[in-house]
Ligand binder design. Structure first.
Ligand SMILES: C[S@@+](CC[C@H](N)C(=O)[O-])C[C@H]1O[C@@H](n2cnc3c(N)ncnc32)[C@H](O)[C@@H]1O
Length: 197
């Protein structure tokens, strides 16, 4: 298990124990853009995947955390949703098939630059015409280290995440900064882009 997955495994166990399944602000921003077949990479506890399935999306959700994957499948079965989660190591994974929406919220920064960009390119290649990519990363200036493993992460440049989407319709491009423990800061870039039909 990587440092990052280990970090989230503990966090997800705590959140599951206290029933904390709220959508985060990035998931809230992405949800209205999702329809059809959706792939959620690094789905975490699956709050977005579950909300998307509730509004009719057919969702495949992938994550390295056993706790996360079990929680998503338990909720999908209990609620009868068109949603399945799989435990996958996304540091070595090739996307199979094309989707109306591919989501990676809070994932790509947990890989070295070359892998982060290879997965980003794979996402771009597998969005159907008219479909969307919904992405969120930590950017330069982030001083919170928490889940970031030395030598095994990448802080994106301020607008680097937008670069593959020239010629796409940009539905959302947003920068956020949040205070983090011990007077540190987390800086994010969120992009939702539609491939022209
Ligand atoms: C910041 S959390 C985001 C979770 C969710 N997308 C959200 O917005 O709440 C990052 C997620 O990426 C997953 N992750 C990180 N590295 C991974 C890897 N190598 N393979 C699979 N999942 C990974 C973690 O387990 C965690 O669920």
């Amino acid at each position: 298990m990587t440092h990052c997955i280990d970090f989230f495994e503990k966090q997800f166990q705590e959140q599951t124990a206290r029933g904390d399944f709220a959508l985060n602000p990035f998931e809230e921003a992405v949800l209205p853009h999702l329809s059809g077949g959706v792939l959620d990479l690094g789905c975490g506890l699956g709050n977005l995947a579950i909300a998307a399935a509730r509004k009719g999306c057919a969702v495949s959700a992938l994550d390295g955390s056993r706790t996360a994957v079990d929680r998503v499948n338990e909720a999908a079965n209990r609620l009868g949703l068109p949603l399945a989660a799989y435990q996958v190591d996304l540091s070595a994974y090739a996307i199979d098939g094309d989707y109306d929406g591919i989501v990676a919220i809070g994932l790509l920064m947990f890989f070295p630059k070359a892998r982060a960009h290879a997965l980003l390119d794979d996402i771009v290649r597998h969005v159907k015409p008219g479909g969307i990519a919904a992405l969120n990363v930590l950017t330069e200036g982030t001083s919170f280290v928490g889940a970031l493993e030395p030598g095994n992460h990448y802080l994106f440049g301020e607008n680097e995440l937008s670069e593959p989407f020239k010629g796409w319709e940009i539905l959302l491009s947003r920068h956020d900064a949040f205070p983090a423990p011990e007077n540190t800061v987390k800086k994010f870039h969120t992009v939702v882009a539609r491939r022209l039909a």
